[in-house]
Ligand binder design. Structure first.
Ligand code: AP5
Length: 223
């Protein structure tokens, strides 16, 4: 099983990906998280990626495809995995199609209007410890300086600067949106309305997944 989460920046791919991971037990592979980790560690890959990411532009297809290919070859992906933020271009999608092409694939495109995205990303904070995603407006009135899960410090992503968000949206419309047509032609594409609460969107996600892959079953919650 390969679940691909498409959608503009800030549409909720990471948030929904975490919920899908927790429900079905598949690892969530976020190309953005892998790249940010490489930047933070100062690896050669991170040094190549950093300037593009800070401008809100895409990192080169070759760099990203190699990184993802290496990650999905690991044993925890044997039964399936969730891709968040990859593929992002038709070239990436074509390369992905050549990797494990026998896997059952479902592509969910979470769609949110640009104006709502700008609002959401201005309020996003990420836990520097565990990577959990928060939103200041949704968490208003609570203690939001620290992660509710691990107590880590909450930080703003560098590319959530409003100017960079605008550039990320332009790049999305030009380079990633055409993937809707690419996957529609393959018959694996479903559009998900991304407005509403996180729980409402998750309900739509589960409905699509379980309709298209009835073999999916929730993992037992750990006690
Ligand atoms: P990446 O990290 O992938 O960023 P992105 O796609 O722009 O998406 P985001 O992570 O910003 O948003 P999201 O959709 O996950 O939303 P989230 O759940 O956090 O990429 C970053 C950069 O890396 C790229 O610009 C590029 O440079 C590079 N890169 C990455 N992949 C690449 C690739 N394949 N090829 C080339 N370059 C690549 O939610 C956003 C906010 O909204 C949060 O605060 C959340 O709490 C809130 N929220 C979520 N759902 C809801 C809801 N239903 N209602 C209200 N608020 C909500």
């Amino acid at each position: 099983m390969r679940i691909v989460l498409l959608g503009p920046p800030g549409s909720g791919k990471g948030t929904q990906g975490d919920l899908v991971r927790d429900r079905y037990g598949f690892p969530k592979i976020s190309s953005g998280d892998l790249l940010r980790d490489a930047v933070q560690k100062g690896t050669p890959l991170g040094r190549k990626a950093e300037a593009c990411m800070n401008r809100g532009e895409l990192v080169s297809d070759d760099v990203v495809v190699d990184m993802i290919q290496e990650r999905i070859a690991r044993p925890d992906c044997r039964n399936g995995y969730i891709l968040d933020g990859f593929p992002r271009t038709t070239a990436q999608a074509e390369r992905l199609a050549g990797i494990e092409h026998e896997r059952n694939e479902i592509v969910l495109d979470i769609q949110v209007a640009d104006q709502a995205i700008i609002q959401r990303l201005s309020q996003r904070r990420i836990c520097s410890g565990c990577g959990a995603i928060f939103n200041l407006s949704a968490d208003a009135g609570r203690e939001v300086a620290k992660c509710r899960g691990c107590g880590g410090r909450l930080v703003r992503r560098d590319d959530d600067d409003p100017e960079v968000v605008r550039r990320r949206l332009e790049v999305y419309h030009a380079q990633t949106k055409p993937l809707a047509e690419y996957y529609s032609r393959k018959g694996v594409y479903r559009r998900i309305a991304g407005e509403g609460t996180v729980a409402e969107v998750f309900g739509r996600v589960i409905q699509e997944l379980e309709l298209r892959a009835p073999e999916l079953s929730p993992v037992e919650a750990e006690s």
